[in-house]
Design a protein around this ligand. Structure first.
Ligand SMILES: *Cc1c(COP(=O)(O)O)cnc(C)c1O
Length: 417
């Protein structure tokens, strides 16, 4: 089964003449279309907002494109806050959903007027002391033992995130006493989840909790935030989450659990990352070598420093050999990078067409948690990011690192001491 590509082999060859592999390339038109689909699906929801999880693809050009489509930004560090600011996002278009947070980051978030989403009850006092209690405050809920659980995020009771139920009830009262006047409720209990019903269950759980908090404290929530975690079909046989079904079921629950309780309007917000840019980014790499020992290997000019998910989670990423889309998949390869780490593999025992050095490989679904997770181990330099514009033009949105970048933090004059 093939996965679609927004470019031909000839187009990629032309791009490579200017920008050598490896690089990530993002499809702007597809990102915009997908953003519009999400907003259209939730058009019924009062004040619906998606805060793009910046960590998934922290490139200001991508965040700017999403800002133009009406998205906000979900940040969890100082750098991500500054990035959102540089992309033109202001005030409550930013949510700061961090954990184990240093004071200077709260101060920056408060200066920006961002929505601050606290991860722990002890941070109420900490935030008040260092940055001052804002008018609008949100808390992250950890429901503890739930049915299910999820491979990347794990079981809630084993996860470091969030408040317990009891702490939530107590926490809203504390924040109110410190001057908070508007309140939000957040959770994130799934990651890369393709079953829409787990996200729907999250919505139902938060709606119930909104009622419970109102009944026990008299505090009315202004918004709920279901977090990120909607998955994408990494495998060609998997299907995208049906946004219309998701929306319809959440609407049903909203009417039943919020409208009927007299708690409407309640804003519905999300902080999706993966499903916003993931399928629309590609890692493009050239085959350097073939090696035949106990197994057959093809070695790329990219490595796990460009895309860590296969090595980190054993994640599947589909691979297309450009120009050989219709060839029989009659060879079995491990597709490797060049790190001195045996888990530096993009694929293990993958059925592929016969590959030769010089072939161009496209690794799919690298648009989220791809370039973002890059690192410099073994002296590997981070690769460039390109944007494929709707008119077919290609724009460099982050240049590749150079050796000077790599050594920029070392002062070689210190050798003279
Ligand atoms: C990672 C993360 C997200 C985004 O998750 P995706 O799987 O990319 O949708 C959203 N919110 C928080 C708090 C996160 O840690």
């Amino acid at each position: 089964m093939n996965k679609a590509l927004p470019f031909s082999k000839a187009e990629i060859e032309r791009i490579i003449e200017k920008y050598p592999t490896p690089f990530h390339i993002y499809d702007e038109k597809a990102i915009r279309d997908n953003a519009r689909k999400l907003l259209a699906a939730f058009a019924w929801a009062p004040g619906f907002k998606e805060f793009f999880a910046v960590k998934a693809a922290p490139n200001p050009y991508l965040v700017k494109i999403l800002q133009e489509e009406g998205f906000g930004a979900d940040c969890s560090s100082l750098a991500e806050l500054v990035l959102a600011e540089k992309a033109g996002l202001t005030g409550e278009n930013i949510i700061f959903s961090s954990n184990n947070t240093p004071a200077n980051e709260y101060i920056k978030a408060k200066e920006l007027g961002a929505i601050i989403n606290l991860d722990d009850i002890s941070h109420i006092e900490y935030l008040d002391r260092y940055a001052g209690m804002p008018e609008l405050i949100s808390f992250r809920y950890n429901p503890g033992p739930l049915r299910g659980g999820n491979a990347i995020i794990g079981l809630p009771q084993e996860a470091k995130y969030g408040f317990t139920r009891k702490q939530l009830i107590e926490g809203y009262g504390m924040a109110k006493d410190m001057g908070a006047k508007r309140f939000g409720l957040h959770t994130m209990v799934v990651s890369n989840e393709l079953d829409p019903y787990s996200y729907i269950a999250t919505a139902e759980m938060l709606f119930d909790l909104v009622t419970e908090i109102y009944q026990t404290t008299g505090i009315r929530m202004e918004f709920v935030n279901f977090g990120g975690g909607i998955g994408i079909p990494y495998r060609p046989e998997e299907k995208r989450v049906d946004l219309n079904l998701l929306s319809r079921e959440i609407k049903k629950a909203y009417e039943e659990k919020i409208v009927k309780q007299g708690l409407a309007p309640l804003r519905i917000t999300m902080e999706l990352g993966r499903m916003i840019t993931g399928p629309f980014g590609f890692l493009v790499s050239t085959v350097l070598h073939k090696k035949e020992i106990y197994k057959n290997y093809v070695g790329l000019d990219a490595c796990m420093a460009n895309l860590m998910r296969p090595a980190l989670y054993g994640a599947y990423h589909h691979i297309t050999v450009l120009g050989k889309e219709d060839w029989p998949l009659d060879h079995v390869y491990d597709v490797t990078g060049s790190l001195c780490e045996n888990n530096d593999k993009f694929a293990i025992d993958r059925n592929l067409p016969e590959i030769e050095p010089g072939d161009i490989l496209v690794i799919h679904d690298a648009g989220a948690h791809g370039h973002a997770m890059g690192f410099n181990y073994n002296g590997k330099l981070r690769s460039a990011e390109l944007l494929l514009r709707p008119d077919g033009e290609v724009k460099l949105i982050r240049r590749a690192e150079t050796l000077d970048d790599y050594f920029a933090t070392v002062d070689f004059c210190g050798f003279n001491l």
